[in-house]
Design a protein around this ligand. Structure first.
Ligand SMILES: [Zn+2]
Length: 393
């Protein structure tokens, strides 16, 4: 029998965002003012008005702060070593991004020991948690050999259940002129070795980049991943119009990520696939590469499901901050503050096909983020200010 765990009453909540439309104001955010929450055994056991709060063994007053579901960062590349700040500086002076800098991280990551990589990864996850992120997806993709990809996924699995095999990140230098051989390696022995450590397979589908993969190469990798029991994700339409979004929708991917360059047909495909495939937008990348932003407004207006994530990685967006991404989505992609918060929480959970996170309905995992502010509006109203913190119970 499990030991009984004391219930904790959280009170003094000026505004509670549940993402449960049956609660509170009945909006998608399920917003409740002057609320209380009871947490027991790691789950939300009760939610309601503070005037109706039940007695509990332990009581914690949050002093008039807002509480939102922990952020679900459904796209990151946290297993890497090395420093590419000079590449960022060069880009700010006009050098274009085409995916080639990934090789720099691959060299540094292969050269790093397990302990160093574990320490770097742990520090990045802690940095995310300190800013309110309670779930993070972590990709491999800076190893690009069988052993180095397995190592990255083993380490990722130590910090998250959402580990993604991204052997098809770029074609490594030693396979120059032999792309087919590399695709066969990724879809064959590398996948076989990595699948036990991964929940997902991903591919950088970008025919405009000589380093990335075209539609047919991406299909080979994704279909092999699916046959190995992995769910599908796609880096799609980041650098230009391309086949990635359509391929992801066709194959039933859980998420197509970036979606920076979408045709009306792509938008319609994502709207039609809203119950299967989430469009995950990563506006920190556009910020850090000084590129045009995805049209998040058009996706929402068409009826597509939208998630927001950081894409935290050493090349195109070395930011771990979901509040920063929320602020960008409001300012640059014309999402409302409510839509942006939903996309950064429930949207991310849907992109990972998780029902236990991204909301604070009864039964959800007790992943709560507290804001040093009376309302969620402050996430985009106060950009760059560290107001969001994971509630450690
Ligand atoms: Zn990425």
């Amino acid at each position: 029998m499990r030991p009984s765990v004391r219930a904790t009453l959280l009170t003094g909540i000026a505004e509670l965002v549940t993402n449960d439309p049956c609660v509170g104001d009945r909006s998608p955010l399920g917003l409740l003012r002057h609320a209380a929450v009871v947490v027991q055994d790691g789950s939300v056991a009760w939610v309601g008005p503070a005037t109706e709060q039940p007695p509990c063994d332990v009581r914690r007053d949050l002093g008039g702060r807002a509480v939102v579901p922990g952020f679900v960062d459904s796209h990151s590349h946290l297993v890497f070593a090395g420093d590419r700040s000079a590449e960022f500086a060069a880009r700010m002076e006009g050098t274009a991004y085409d995916g080639g800098g990934i090789a720099t991280s691959v060299r540094a990551t292969r050269a790093a020991g397990d302990e160093e990589l574990r320490r770097l990864l742990g520090a990045r996850v802690a940095e995310m948690r300190s800013q309110g992120t309670t779930t993070v997806e972590v990709k491999s993709g800076y190893g690009l050999t069988v052993d180095d990809e397995v190592r990255a996924l083993r380490l990722a699995r130590e910090v998250t259940e959402e580990a993604t095999f991204l052997g098809a990140h770029v074609v490594p230098g030693q396979f120059a002129g032999r792309r087919d051989d590399y695709v066969a390696l990724v879809a064959g022995p590398m996948l076989a070795a990595c699948a036990p450590y991964a929940r997902w397979v991903d591919v950088f589908c970008e025919p405009d980049s000589e380093h990335a993969f075209d539609a047919e190469e991406a299909r080979v990798v994704l279909e092999a991943g699916r046959a190995a029991g992995l769910g599908l994700r796609v880096h799609a339409n980041q650098l230009g119009h391309g086949p990635g979004v359509q391929l992801g929708v066709e194959l039933g991917a859980a998420s197509v990520d970036h979606c920076t360059h979408l045709s009306p047909l792509d938008v319609a495909a994502l709207a039609g696939a809203r119950d299967t495939t989430v469009a995950t937008l990563l506006p920190g990348v556009e910020f850090c590469t000084r590129s045009r932003y995805p049209d998040g407004r058009a996706l929402l207006d068409a009826g597509a499901r939208v998630a927001l994530a950081t894409d935290c990685n050493p090349g195109t967006c070395y930011s771990s901050s979901m509040p920063f991404v929320v602020a960008l989505a409001v300012r640059e992609m014309r999402l409302t503050p409510a839509e942006a918060l939903w996309a950064a929480t429930r949207g991310g959970a849907l992109a990972l096909r998780r029902g236990d996170i991204g909301h604070l309905g009864v039964g959800a995992r007790a992943d709560l983020t507290v804001l040093d502010a009376p309302s969620h509006l402050h996430l985009s109203y106060r950009p760059g200010v560290p107001i969001a913190h994971t509630l450690e119970l």
